[in-house]
Design a protein around this ligand. Structure first.
Ligand code: CP
Ligand code: NVA
Length: 312
């Protein structure tokens, strides 16, 4: 264990692992770190952070690697398929080995139960870099982007359209509710959020003044929204693209939909984007889109999260 005391190790496996006050602390720190990228050195002295990928990645890989280097640490990027986990070594045994070497474990994998198994035995912080169920680091970056644009998150309406059952939808519900936002998910039957996650997000929203709702009609969901967000219709590991495209086309983020949103509305997409499917090129590459700021903010938000968890 890296800690001298016996307080339990803090992990970040899903969005509500940070309380509303803690999430705000991380976002404040992210803003400070963005202004002074080399001014924070908690990992100075050759501390190493393992970053494991069981699925492809561009942004997460680069933003963690560069961010850890900026914090003075060494990123150890591991392709999960080439580790012994790829040949069936238990996750718990992997965690017990990693924690003897590294100061945090960042992992992109499939089922949420896998990262929970890692965290259950790890004495160093475990961070979810995307699972099938959640993408909480992405939502921290998105919230930082919203704050940069509007000066706040509380009370704003964020509408997410498309695959309402994927990791991004779930993390917008939980992380947005934590930030006091009104989160609307617009998705057709069969593509709506996990009821347990929706219920948890509603509970969190009660304490923050936010709210969560699920709608079938895209235009109604977009009405007056301050943030319009979407994501790919075919997440990593999913099949049946043709059927998904047919069912989800009415949820495309395009100029007609944007006309329903608030006149100052911004557009977010975690990327990679598929122009002409979940979003048109006109909107993604247009003036309301903040997707490049959003992707840069991955680095600042994750650095803040790492330092915050490390300092617990
Ligand atoms: N948004 C995101 O997580 O991108 P990558 O899959 O490229 O890491
Ligand atoms: N929902 C997408 C997000 C990619 C960053 C996926 O899981 O593939």
């Amino acid at each position: 264990r890296h800690r001298a005391d016996s307080a339990p190790t803090r992990h970040f496996l899903k969005d509500d692992d940070l309380s509303p006050a803690e999430q705000a602390e991380v976002l404040d720190l992210a803003d400070a770190m963005k202004k002074d990228p080399y001014g924070y050195r908690p990992f100075e002295g050759n501390r190493t952070i393992a970053v494991l990928f069981d699925k492809p990645s561009t942004r997460t890989r680069v933003s963690f690697a560069v961010g850890i280097a900026e914090l003075g640490g060494v990123p150890l990027i591991i392709d999960g398929g080439t580790s012994q986990m790829g040949r069936g070594e238990p996750i718990e045994d992997t965690a017990r080995v990693l924690e003897r070497h590294v100061d945090a474990i960042v992992w992109r994998t499939g089922g949420q139960e896998r990262i929970e198994a890692m965290a259950s035995v790890s004495g160093v912080p475990v961070i979810n870099a995307l699972t099938d169920e959640y993408h909480p680091c992405q939502i921290l970056a998105d919230l930082q982007t919203v704050r940069e644009n509007f000066g706040r998150t509380a009370g704003l309406t964020l509408t997410y359209l498309g695959d309402g059952a994927n990791n991004m939808a779930h993390s917008y519900l939980l992380g947005g509710a934590t930030a006091g936002m009104h989160v609307r998910v617009a998705a057709p039957a069969g593509y709506q959020p996990d009821p347990g996650i929706l219920a948890r997000a509603a509970e969190v929203a009660k304490g923050t003044g936010g709210s969560v709702s699920v709608l079938e009609e895209a235009a109604a969901a977009a009405e007056g929204a301050h943030v319009i967000a979407t994501d790919t219709w075919v997440s990593m590991g999913q099949e049946g693209k043709e059927e998904r495209v047919a069912v989800l086309m009415p949820y495309q983020v395009n100029a007609v939909l944007m006309a329903r949103a608030d006149s100052e509305a911004i557009v977010l997409h975690c990327l990679p984007a598929y122009r002409g499917y979940e979003i048109t090129a006109e909107v993604l590459d247009g003036p309301d889109s903040l997707v490049w700021d959003q992707s840069e903010n991955r680095r600042h938000a994750q650095k803040a999260l790492l330092q915050w968890l490390w300092s617990r």
